[in-house]
Write a protein that binds this ligand. Sequence first.
Ligand SMILES: Cc1ncc(COP(=O)(O)O)c(C=O)c1O
Length: 471
Amino acid sequence: MAREILYLKISKILEEQIASGTLKTGDKLPSIRAVQKIYNVSLNTVKQAFLELESKSLIDSRPKSGYFVSSNSLRRFSLPSVSRLKLADRKKHPEDLISKVFNTIANKDITQFSLGVPDTSFLPVARLNKGVVKAMQMMEDSGTGYEPVQGSINLRRNVAKWSFVLEGQLTADDLVTTSGAMNAIYNCLLAVTQRGDTIAIESPVYFGIIQMAKSMGLHIIELPTHPVTGVEIDALKKVLPRINACLLISNFNNPLGSLMPGEHKKAVVEMLTEYNIPLIEDDLYGNLFFGATRPKPCKAYDEAGMVMWCGSVSKTLAPGYRVGWIAPGKFKEKVIRQKLLQTISNPALYQEVVADFMENGRFDHHMRGLRHTLRIQCLQYQQAIENYFPENTKISQPQGGFMLWLELDKRIDTTALYDIALKQKISFAPGRMFTAHNQFNNCMRLNFALKWNDKVNLSLKRLGNLVKNQL
Ligand SMILES: Cc1ncc(COP(=O)(O)O)c(C=O)c1O
């Protein structure tokens, strides 16, 4: 704990020096050893502090030369705005637009900035393939039978084992496996809400959540969400008497990439617990952090069992395996009952493959590599956007995950722009997809986990030109 605070203290001092111009773009930072001596801390603490600054794109490491203040530290483009609280129920969800964007997904000729998955080349496909064969051979019935409703014990044990961030609070018995994170959320909503109830969510938010809640007959309150710090807690406080559940993507929200600070998470859990409101926490991006350590989920602050922590391997290993889980806290029995009604059990084979990969497949090694790759990709995409898009473009600054949120000139309608871009074989996710209200019409989400190459660079340049031509 003490070390965690120390490294943040050191990174903050350096951040302030960069902000004030004391350290200028291109300046070399003092060496790790020099900083260690100045603050009388361990080398690891200084390394963590530097990693934190790297994750914010404030410094770059150059092989054998040390750390330098990066040119990105002077972002030309500012952050996107925060939306207003949306309470009114007069809204129209853009189903047609979502279907249109999804219908192009299989087309390989299109540069798919609209996708919500990492490039297959970033995933450990060969190792997973071996795992499938191994799992089939190891399983008594080769994975053909039903498994217990709560899900694979091997998977649950490994998920609990890798949840270091929860500091040993979680055991295999606290978990229920699901068919991905969406199915986890669905089971949670079924367990704690009824038709006609109201839930509070972030805004903008992953469109799947809005569609699902709507199909269940739930009312939705879209809360203002800051691009860096996530949901605005004062707005949530205001609506507490009106809601039956809250659903948050606390770490690297899709599409903003926002990360709720620890103190916000703690405050939210306390507030909701006081009102006896369950929190469904969608934490499927939490392991894709660019900073020194994995951010804690809200679940880490949950003493009363009110947080239903959901995750999956869709963004880190294999979206098609449909392997996910929930730690449902005190709602465990209700969730198990819902799962039995909905799905009976999940395919056992893929759960075993994932469990085996976590146990023997160098999971940690893969995750470190993936995080590093995504951090570099993020910088490449941000730089290209600053080069190719109009000067008044606003862009998010994610500290993890792989989504960028762009706010363009007010005159640009990204739903109309989508059709124009598609003719040039470029797909992105128009902002209107991420809300039930008439807003974010000048915004777009870009996936930066498409492997960087000349085609991606050219597509971003073309997209930037299309935006410029609209002005
Ligand atoms: C925030 C969020 N939740 C859930 C999902 C769906 O996850 P899964 O494939 O594990 O069901 C996505 C996919 O894009 C997402 O971004």
